[in-house]
Design a binder for this molecule. Structure first.
Ligand code: AP5
Ligand code: MG
Length: 191
């Protein structure tokens, strides 16, 4: 199964991807996590990305396209993958289509997790207190939400045009949301 998870910051992409990974036994690929690792390891990519992450801005498309090409070239994605946080712009979505067509492994399902704006702000404030992620401060979260609306929300339209998009309500308990996503994926696979 080749899945793209879409949704605003705090919508639950990472939480749900981790559960779907165990359920389907396929890798969870989070570009945000890959970038945070690169920052922690102070690699050239990390040094380039750190300020952008801390400001809540997007890392340039060409950098991200190379990063995802490298990750999707690894052996463990042969039976599928869950993408979390990629694609985030229409240019990234188009580059992904091209890459996956070359690999003969097109995206099968895109799931948009929808959560009310106030709830995502609350969830991230809670995570900020628990985990201290450097981009979870109030100002940066506002910036991330703005960039999401401007640059990432149109990506859902891209998958809708391809007939691959399902919208799922991301409110309620984590388990309830997981069951909705699994239901949506089963229906998609059957249809
Ligand atoms: P990224 O790491 O992708 O961050 P994000 O999209 O802002 O999303 P979050 O990780 O904040 O939220 P999430 O949807 O994963 O929610 P989560 O499950 O954690 O990207 C970070 C940065 O990297 C970007 O700003 C950019 O700079 C860069 N970047 C990454 N990808 C890029 C790309 N493709 N192009 C360019 N730049 C890129 O849940 C949030 C919290 O809510 C958690 O504490 C969780 O426990 C809780 N929660 C989850 N579900 C529920 C529930 N049902 N009820 C109550 N609480 C819940
Ligand atoms: Mg995340």
């Amino acid at each position: 199964m080749r899945i793209v998870l879409l949704g605003a910051p705090g919508s639950g992409k990472g939480t749900q991807a981790a559960l779907l990974k165990d359920h389907f036994s396929i890798p969870h690929i989070s570009t945000g996590a890959l970038l945070r690792e690169a920052v922690a390891d102070a690699t050239p990519l990390g040094l380039q990305a750190k300020e952008l992450l801390d400001r809540g801005e997007l890392v340039p498309d060409d950098v991200m396209v190379n990063l995802i090409r490298e990750r999707l070239g690894q052996d463990d994605v042969r039976d599928g993958f869950i993408l979390d946080g990629y694609p985030r712009t229409l240019a990234q979505a188009e580059a992904l289509d091209t890459l996956l067509t070359e690999l003969g492994q097109p995206v099968e399902e895109a799931v948009l997790i929808e959560v009310d704006g106030n709830q995502v702000v609350e969830r991230i404030a809670k995570r900020a207190a628990e985990e201290g992620r450097s981009d979870d401060t109030e100002d940066v979260v506002r910036k991330r939400l703005q960039i999401y609306e401007e640059q990432t929300a149109p990506v859902a339209g891209h998958y809708a045009e391809l007939g691959l998009l399902t919208r799922v309500l991301g409110e309620g308990t984590i388990e309830e949301v997981l069951e909705r996503i699994k239901g949506a994926l089963l229906l998609g696979a059957a249809g």
